[in-house]
Design a protein around this ligand. Structure first.
Ligand code: MN
Length: 322
């Protein structure tokens, strides 16, 4: 085998995924998409939002079980697990992830599409617990949202690769502790509170108290220097200087580090590397964007010509019913 094809957030877009795999030279062989020389790597977030979530999971799991692909867990797989896991009796909550309106709407499509297949859904929840939190290869790294070397070193020391440990997953729901930090940082990335307790309305209609930030900017001065999300900051905030405290909350993934692949961030437009050693492969397929792959070989600097993508298939995103 030689080479890896890294694939961004699928979010239930199984038809688009089949088109992308075909374009990359993978062929269906006994129920599993395979390439004669290459291995696929999924960056997480297979579930939620799109029309074909069950088929996406079936396809990806067959590839992982058949050694034709690897995968890291995304925040949506974690959220599904936490949403469906009962909290312990001595906890102040019923489930690890609260069943409020916002959380319910994020997972709704997944639960609806699995409504008639509850045993199968249970088996995917078990599977999510086996998915690695990060992957490290000789010449590149993979994580859903953010590479935090300090947390990853601690995970390695403790021999924690995934969420299979009961104690770890229950702790991960307790804001502030190490297990919570791991999930929050690796699967959701870095973010800052809006200054002066301000709130902004995002495109998807939610009130946000925080905004997503880059974890690679060197010596940022203002909020505009670090913002990394589709929704622009309000103009009066964008130009405000970062305080020392805010700067201390940010990370810096250096230019000398190994190439890193992430998903998560709803990018738009033509896929290009963020920098010579960082590529985000989430191009908002399920918001009528593109499903994107990067063909990784031995390069030390990422090459804009090595992206392959397909526009989302309308069958994955057209509202059903009415
Ligand atoms: Mn995502």
């Amino acid at each position: 085998m030689s080479g890896y094809d890294l694939i961004g957030d699928v979010h239930g877009c199984a038809q688009s995924l089949k088109h992308l795999l075909n374009k990359l030279g993978y062929r269906l062989d006994n129920g599993c998409y395979r390439h004669p020389q290459r291995t696929a790597i999924f960056i997480g977030d297979i579930v939620d939002r799109g029309n074909n979530i069950r088929e996406s999971l079936q396809l990806v799991r067959a590839m992982v079980d058949g050694n034709s692909a690897q995968i890291v867990i995304g925040n949506h797989e974690y959220n599904a697990l936490a949403y469906c896991t009962k909290a312990r009796a001595d906890s102040d909550r019923n489930f690890l992830r609260e069943h409020n309106e916002r959380h319910e709407s994020q997972i709704r499509e997944t639960l609806v599409q699995f409504a008639a297949y509850s045993e199968e859904w249970q088996s995917y929840l078990e599977w999510f617990r086996q998915l690695p939190l990060f992957l490290e290869f000789e010449n590149f790294r993979v994580v859903h949202a953010c590479w935090d070397q300090n947390l990853i070193d601690q995970l390695k020391q403790q021999g924690v690769a995934n969420l299979s440990d009961d104690k770890f997953i229950h702790k991960s729901a307790e804001r502030g502790c190490f297990q919570w930090q791991v999930v929050d940082r690796l699967l959701r990335g870095t973010y800052l509170p809006l200054p002066n307790n301000e709130v902004m309305l995002s495109q998807d209609g939610y009130r946000r108290h925080v905004y997503r930030t880059k974890f690679w900017s060197l010596n940022p001065e203002t909020h505009q220097d670090v913002v990394f999300q589709p929704d622009p900051l309000p103009a009066h905030i964008a130009g405000m200087e970062l305080t020392e405290r805010e700067k201390a909350r940010l990370l810096h993934y250096g230019e000398e580090q190994l190439p890193l692949f992430i998903g998560h961030y709803w990018q738009e437009g033509r896929p290009v590397p963020i920098r010579g050693n960082i590529a985000c492969l989430d191009y908002s397929a399920v918001k009528n964007g593109a499903l994107v792959a990067y063909r990784m070989d031995q390069e030390k600097q990422l090459d804009p010509n090595k992206y392959v993508w397909v526009d989302v298939d309308p069958a994955d995103v057209t509202p059903l019913g009415d």
